[in-house]
Ligand binder design. Structure first.
Ligand code: ADP
Ligand code: ZN
Ligand code: ZN
Length: 747
């Protein structure tokens, strides 16, 4: 057998980060012909007039073009696989799924330095260990240096020296390490890497005693831990405050005790520092984070530590879903319904769905947790593809769910978006020492500026949208194309000098509430305020004092925070979902409303939620007010079933845009018509369009789309292939920008 291959030409096939779906063949130059070149290793190769970094996908291939036309590769970067078989299989799966180039998928899976050819090992060789006196000292005694105390505590957990890289990825600085050294509490070693071994094979993985679980939690933990090592997907449906996070922690403990690793996906880390701290406090193995707030070096370190098996737990956002692990034993996807798991451009994948695929490939369980599961996941649970576990009761001190009132504002005159009666309810709460959270899902001062004389409105010159009025700093700002202009002093059309803001955003609500409640502070939380570094931490610290105050903000307030003092939640604009052009509008509204309501009364006081609405008698809203998300989602599922929309069908969208509307529509119409003879023969496949996108004109470009819907995945992908082939041959292909989105999460 071997001799057969030995005669083959030394040709390798390489995946390159270029927008072509095929791989490229290169010949090994004579000096490299005896080099062992593993699959998944990086190489540098000439491509057109550049040099690119690619990954070896196959060896000893028979090239498609004559041998003498092949170019030699330039350099071998890795002497071992950078991506193992599983990672390569995952990349190929994803490339097939999104009909994209495997080279671009692989490039997306790598941290930037590796993409550029940087060495794939941790270079740091400094190690730290607590000294005798460092072990004897109670870190609590170091009042004046809390970070150093924390570092000392981390070192005390280990009997062996800990790599400085590891400590840095846990959030400690070199200055803090040196400070402990100066105090004689820690010492540095310069040792070779093998000494360190795998940190999480230490006999105890725990750094604190876990909580005593209630019966429901025990049941969930034993169900999941009973199936470690198997590719089972669990839906953990549990109301907010039902102890899901505690369940994750105890299941993770079981996995860590087997010496294996855990991936935890969360929607947005920056907004939930509390959760990360809970994980770090619980375990003595390294708990790392991976998210967009890290710099390239930090991301690379976390990636390498996970790959080398040195990170016990990796908590990360969407992109962490493709991180390699030495020995992955469990994936947890928290808030699985969250829209941020879907990548919106480039390689369009869902981190949740990718987690499920990885679980299958690696035979490891995947736990999807949510108080408000997505309809897709609920459908999978109903169909018994996922195992459905429930936590129906709140635990601990926050036993009762809040009462939810639908506050009728039909025919009522609102002051800047809030009803006078509601202001009174808020005041009473503040007087009783409670905190109030006011939720309005629009940032800025007002969604538009208007002239009451002639009807002029602040339309964006580039979009089918209004420009939002902002006060800080003063401007008109289009949230769709980001264009900004000065606030006009008079009407550009009739020169009337009185222009009025229409509607309310967070800034205006902040102002209104400040005027209404002079005795209490009002804090605003939205993208404009939270983008300032450390702002969220500061705010949380202030809110945790439980002094009465008002928090006003966007959905950022709804995500996973624990506000112990908030006993009243006010939802100012609940009706948006009813008017959404997206069939997921109502689902999102129900999830958001339930999540926001879950912020109320998580401790001691029973909470109360008041929802301003023009539809107090709407049956769906009423279900949400009764905390019946189950029945709410069941009703929505019925509707989807009747209309044959996902999850009762599979969907893909081809979007296209150009600077002229007839260019896009002509292009898409051509493609649909040319494909029709084939697509009409594919059983169950329905091709609709082209139709204008929900906002047709955006930043001066016209957007249209084609929908593909089918009851099975196979034929759907057949249809997609057919359309893409025609697109790639279409002469307008270069003038029109297009993209494919399989399982789109928005239209
Ligand atoms: P969820 O993730 O479902 O919102 P958490 O796990 O955060 O719920 O639990 C809510 C609160 O209850 C937390 O403060 C947590 O520490 C506490 N808690 C969870 N499980 C228990 C338990 N078995 N006994 C006592 N307190 C618990
Ligand atoms: Zn006017
Ligand atoms: Zn715009």
């Amino acid at each position: 057998m071997h001799s057969l291959f030995d005669d083959e030409p030394p040709v390798i096939r390489v995946a390159l980060p270029v927008p072509l779906t095929r791989c490229f063949d290169y010949i090994l130059p004579p000096n490299l012909q005896n080099t062992y070149l593993p699959l998944g290793a990086r190489v540098r190769v000439p491509y057109r007039n550049r040099t690119l970094v690619g990954v070896v996908m196959a060896r000893q291939v028979s090239p498609d073009i004559p041998l003498e036309k092949l170019k030699p590769l330039t350099e071998v970067i890795d002497d071992a696989s950078l991506l193992d078989d599983h990672q390569l299989a995952l990349a190929k799966w994803l490339a097939r799924y999104c009909h994209g180039p495997v080279g671009e998928v692989i490039s997306m899976m790598l941290p930037a330095p590796l993409r550029q050819g940087a060495a794939a090992h941790i270079q740091e060789e400094t190690y730290w260990m607590a000294t005798q006196s460092g072990r004897a000292l109670e870190p609590e005694k170091m009042h004046r240096a809390p970070k150093q105390a924390e570092l000392l505590r981390a070192l005390q957990k280990h009997q062996q020296p800990v790599a400085a890289t590891m400590l840095r990825s846990l959030g400690f600085t070199s200055t803090q390490m040196a400070a402990l050294e100066d105090k004689g509490l820690a010492e540095r070693y310069l040792q070779s890497r093998h000494l360190e071994g795998r940190d999480h094979e230490t006999p105890s993985v725990l750094a604190e005693i876990p909580l005593q679980l209630n019966d429901d939690q025990k049941h969930v933990v034993s169900e999941v831990t009973g199936q470690l090592g198997q590719s089972e997907v669990f839906l953990l449906e549990g109301v907010t405050g039902s102890g899901k996070t505690e369940v994750y922690l105890q299941v993770i403990e079981a996995v860590l005790k087997q010496g294996r690793q855990v991936l935890v996906l969360v929607p947005e880390i920056g907004l939930a520092p509390q959760t990360v701290n809970r994980f770090k406090k619980r375990f003595s193995v390294p708990v790392m984070t991976l998210h967009s707030g890290l710099n390239d070096k930090e991301r690379l370190d976390a990636w390498l530590l996970a790959r080398d098996g040195r990170a016990g737990v990796l908590i990360g956002t969407r992109s962490a879903a493709v991180t390699p692990f030495k020995d992955l034993g469990l994936i947890v996807v928290d808030e699985e319904h969250d829209a941020s798991y879907k990548q919106g451009d480039g390689i369009r994948y869902s981190a949740r769905d990718l987690a499920i695929v990885r679980g299958k490939m690696l035979s490891c369980p995947v736990v999807l947790g949510s108080a408000t599961p997505s309809l897709e996941t609920l459908h999978n649970a109903t169909e018994k593809r996922f195992q459905w576990l429930k936590l129906t009761q709140r635990v601990g001190s926050s036993v009762q769910l809040p009462d939810i009132y639908l506050h009728d504002i039909q025919n009522k005159k609102l002051t800047n978006g809030i009803d006078g009666g509601l202001l009174q309810v808020m005041r009473t709460h503040l007087e009783q020492g409670g905190q109030v959270l006011a939720f309005i899902n629009r940032r800025g001062f007002a969604p538009a500026l208007m002239c009451h004389d002639c009807g002029w409105v602040s339309d964006c010159p580039f979009c089918d949208a209004r420009m939002t009025l902002h006060r800080e700093p003063p401007r008109l700002h289009c949230h769709h194309c980001d264009s900004v202009s000065a606030i006009p002093h008079q009407c550009p059309k009739c020169f009337n000098s009185e222009l009025k803001p229409v509607g309310s955003g967070t800034e205006r609500m902040e102002e209104t509430l400040e005027q209404a409640f002079k005795d209490w502070p009002v804090f605003r939380v939205d993208r404009d305020t939270v983008s300032k570094k450390g702002m969220m931490e500061k705010l949380l610290a202030r809110v945790n004092t439980e002094e009465p105050c008002v928090l006003v903000g966007t959905q950022m307030l709804a995500k996973g925070h624990h506000f112990p003092g908030v006993s009243l939640v006010v939802v100012l604009d609940a009706d948006g979902g009813f008017y959404s052009s997206d069939f997921r509008g109502l689902e999102r509204m129900g999830q958001l409303l339930t999540q926001v309501a879950g912020r109320a009364g998580r401790e001691r006081r029973k909470g109360k939620v008041v929802v301003q609405t023009h539809r107090p008698d709407d049956p769906l809203l009423k279900l949400l007010a009764q905390h019946d998300y189950s029945e709410f989602s069941r009703c929505l599922l019925e509707e989807r079933k009747d209309t044959l929309l996902p999850p009762y069908s599979f969907m893909a969208i081809i979007r296209a845009e150009a600077n002229q509307s007839d260019l896009v529509s002509g292009f898409l119409t051509d493609v649909v018509q040319a494909a029709a003879p084939v697509t009409s023969q594919i059983e169950g496949l329905e091709v609709t369009g082209p139709v204008p996108s929900p906002m047709e004109r955006r930043f001066g470009r016209y957007h249209m789309q084609i929908w593909l819907i089918c009851d099975r995945r196979g034929p759907l992908h057949q249809g997609i292939s057919c359309l893409l082939e025609l697109i790639n041959r279409h002469p307008l292909q270069r003038k029109v920008r297009w993209s494919l989105d399989v399982d789109p999460q928005e239209l």
